[in-house]
Design a protein around this ligand. Structure first.
Ligand code: IPE
Ligand code: IPE
Ligand code: MG
Length: 257
């Protein structure tokens, strides 16, 4: 059943005390469009990659504060299917940053019980990077702390198209009947099939668009578009957004009683 009153604690939420003694539910799954690295660097007269490195350094702090905020799932947008339109210098700089990040900083997260997954199409990524991604997923598969999902070469439309291709193959082979295709069946073919839908989607840098992120999954997410550039984002700001989430009415199409 959808929750029709304010986000009181339910099995889906995490508890947060308020000044009037009420207990509100924070978001269980937060997804972040980490935008603004280029402008952050530009404001300092530095190349865009300087901003990407600063942005990557913010991820660790944000992941680490999740347990305190009751966030069980964190999904971050690292590289979109449209980001291939950037210069070769920026793309190869980002790819080498991902390789370095996964093999160093991420190992530390793994040691802290974080379970890491990747979503997106791996076909266009280089073999060395895909190997590191596979290894990290494998190494953290038994971890039971925060579920961190990194969207890398991810696009919502691309994900739905790839899912549809697999679904069509199952129909063609007789494993799935057309009459059984519904809102429950289709998401089982998405990259996110093991994850709950995001409760809260945050985009930094002042842009009020979703840029092809989690199109299907965010149908009923709450959104926060904030001006902070990603390299300046802090755990305090995340805590404030979680608090605000707790005060929102999520009606899911129902009428508040
Ligand atoms: C987000 O920062 C990171 C990626 C898209 C890889 P941007 O690189 O888009 O930064 P801006 O939007 O140009 O400032
Ligand atoms: C969205 O940011 C993708 C990521 C944060 C990885 P972009 O900077 O690519 O989005 P647009 O181009 O402003 O829509
Ligand atoms: Mg951008």
């Amino acid at each position: 059943m959808p929750r029709v009153s304010k986000n009181r604690v339910s099995s889906a939420g995490s508890e947060q005390g308020t000044s009037d003694g009420q207990t509100l539910a924070g978001p269980r799954h937060v997804a972040i469009i980490m935008d603004g690295n280029g402008r952050w660097a530009q404001a300092r007269g530095r190349p865009r990659l300087f901003g990407h490195h600063a942005g990557a350094r913010r991820v660790g702090e944000v992941v680490e504060c999740c347990p305190d905020l009751g966030i069980k799932y964190l999904t971050i947008f690292a590289f979109s299917t449209e980001n291939w339109k950037r210069t070769q210098v920026e793309i190869s700089g980002l790819m080498s940053l991902f390789r370095r990040y996964i093999s160093k900083e991420m190992k530390a997260l793994a040691a802290r019980n974080v379970r890491v997954r990747f979503i997106g199409d791996r076909v266009r990524l280089d073999a060395k990077l895909v190997q590191l991604m596979d290894d990290l997923e494998h190494e953290t598969a038994q971890n039971e702390g925060t579920h961190l999902t990194i969207a890398l070469n991810y696009g919502g439309r691309d994900e739905v198209a790839r899912a549809t291709k697999r679904l069509a193959a199952d129909v063609a082979s007789g494993r799935l009947l057309p009459k059984d295709v519904d809102e429950e069946t289709l998401p089982r073919y998405l990259d996110t099939h093991v994850l709950p839908d995001p409760d809260l989607v945050i985009r930094t840098s002042g842009e009020a668009r979703i840029s092809n992120f989690l199109l299907w999954q965010s149908a009923y997410s709450e959104y926060e578009f904030i001006d902070t550039l990603w390299p300046d984002f802090t755990s305090e700001e995340l805590a404030r957004l979680c608090q605000r989430f707790g005060n929102r009415d999520r009606r899911f199409g129902a009428v508040k009683t």
